[in-house]
Design a protein around this ligand. Structure first.
Ligand SMILES: NC(=O)c1ccc[n+]([C@@H]2O[C@H](COP(=O)([O-])OP(=O)(O)OC[C@H]3O[C@@H](n4cnc5c(N)ncnc54)[C@H](O)[C@@H]3O)[C@@H](O)[C@H]2O)c1
Length: 361
């Protein structure tokens, strides 16, 4: 079955979606939509798409089977719900939404409509990340007891000033945790299981002249298994050191995946699984690390493609996609809990994912 697909939002990350969809067998990209019609037209011309429109209503009227969503996160909800109501399967950019309440409405709407909802966390498709997950699942690492997510990124002030929606609570929903570290929080929970308690501190320490949301955060997360993990995240370091997620298992094994420079495929920097010892030293002072965000996004295209292909297969076969709406709700719930803990000075217990109205029937 040929999937007729469309793209909503034609900004920075949308090019990855166009390339990923066009490199997916059995997928035909029919058109794109952006609230800024000139942007949609330029995007359609760049990627050879037959239609460019300025509203989802016009896009959906083209007879789509699926769409991908590349708008700012607080705008994801209205588009995903509209897609569900039109019977269109939807693959949405991360974070799933600006709030957990919005994520719940999106999950409920897609469940009720019987359409597939996937959320882009393409770093899960790195072979190095899959290798850690497999070593956890087959017991070689043992039960994950400690984890660490380190997000040490550089963003120039122009990153925030070029797109006025960034760095504001109402239009961005948060700062470095919501927009960048949510990828590594997703990977932590994929490795460590269900998070149950969060304590955190946030601050605006570097970019306060341009943003109101956090650009520095520390948090501790405990998991249902009894394991715990720390998160350190910033966009303020002036030599970008990329991202690292580390897991320490009850077998005494340590495994990490390091992304340096940001956007390059992650590698297993530390690997001390019993009987298998491997170390990589990917930091290199000669590498230009303060990449423009366009170059960072471009480095991730192959993994967007793998996730889009997974999504298309999920739609065709009716199986869940690799990253479901519920998976994506979990990382957002951790981010939201850090904000609440920072505000109240108290740990926040995460409620289990609620049973939604659509699941009660
Ligand atoms: N997976 C990744 O690695 C990755 C990387 C970058 C961005 N993202 C995510 O992608 C999303 C978009 O980020 P971006 O950097 O491309 O933003 P951007 O500002 O460059 O582009 C957003 C586009 O959405 C359009 N838009 C806004 N409201 C709309 C609406 N109601 N209907 C149609 N179009 C609308 C805007 O006009 C703009 O062109 C964000 O949620 C972001 O977190 C993910």
């Amino acid at each position: 079955m040929m999937l007729r697909a469309g793209i909503v939002g034609c900004g920075r990350i949308a090019g990855n979606h166009a390339r990923a969809l066009q490199n997916s067998p059995g997928v035909e990209v029919i058109g794109c939509c952006d609230a800024d019609l000139d942007r949609a037209r330029a995007f359609a011309a760049e990627f050879g798409l037959p239609h460019s429109v300025s509203s989802t209503a016009e896009l959906f009227a083209l007879g789509l089977d699926a769409c991908t969503v590349c708008t700012p996160h607080p705008v994801h909800e209205e588009i995903v719900v509209a897609a569900a109501e039109a019977g269109i399967h939807v693959l949405c950019e991360k974070p799933i939404a600006g709030t957990v309440a919005a994520a719940d409405r999106m999950i409920d709407a897609t469940d009720r409509a019987g359409v597939t909802l996937g959320v882009l966390f393409q770093r899960r498709f790195w072979p190095a990340a899959r290798r850690i997950k497999a070593a956890i699942d087959d017991g070689r690492i043992g039960q994950p007891v400690l984890g660490e997510a380190s997000v040490l990124l550089h963003r120039p002030s122009t990153y925030y000033s070029a797109d006025p929606w960034r760095g504001r609570w109402d239009t961005d929903g948060g700062g470095v945790l919501m927009t960048q570290a949510v990828h590594q929080i997703d990977m932590l929970q994929w490795f460590m299981g269900e998070p149950v308690r969060v304590t955190g501190v946030i601050g605006t320490r570097f970019h306060g002249d341009h943003i109101e949301t956090e650009d520095a955060a520390s948090a501790v997360v405990t998991f249902e298994s009894g394991g715990s993990a720390t998160i350190t995240a910033t966009t303020g370091v002036n030599h970008n050191l990329g991202n690292r997620v580390t897991v320490i298992g009850s077998a005494g094994a340590v495994a990490s995946v390091l992304e340096f420079p940001e956007g390059r495929e992650g590698v297993n920097e530390l690997w001390t699984v019993p009987g298998e010892l491997g170390f990589r030293a990917p930091y290199d002072p000669e590498v230009h690390a303060n990449l423009d965000v366009g170059a960072v996004n471009a480095g991730l295209t192959d993994f967007h493609t793998l996730q889009v292909q997974d999504f298309a297969d999920a739609v065709r076969t009716g199986r869940p996609p690799a990253v479901t709406g519920r998976d994506a709700r979990t990382s957002l719930a951790v981010v939201e809990a850090v904000y609440e803990s920072a505000r109240t000075g108290r740990p926040v217990d995460l409620a289990p994912t609620p049973v939604l109205a659509s699941e009660e029937q």
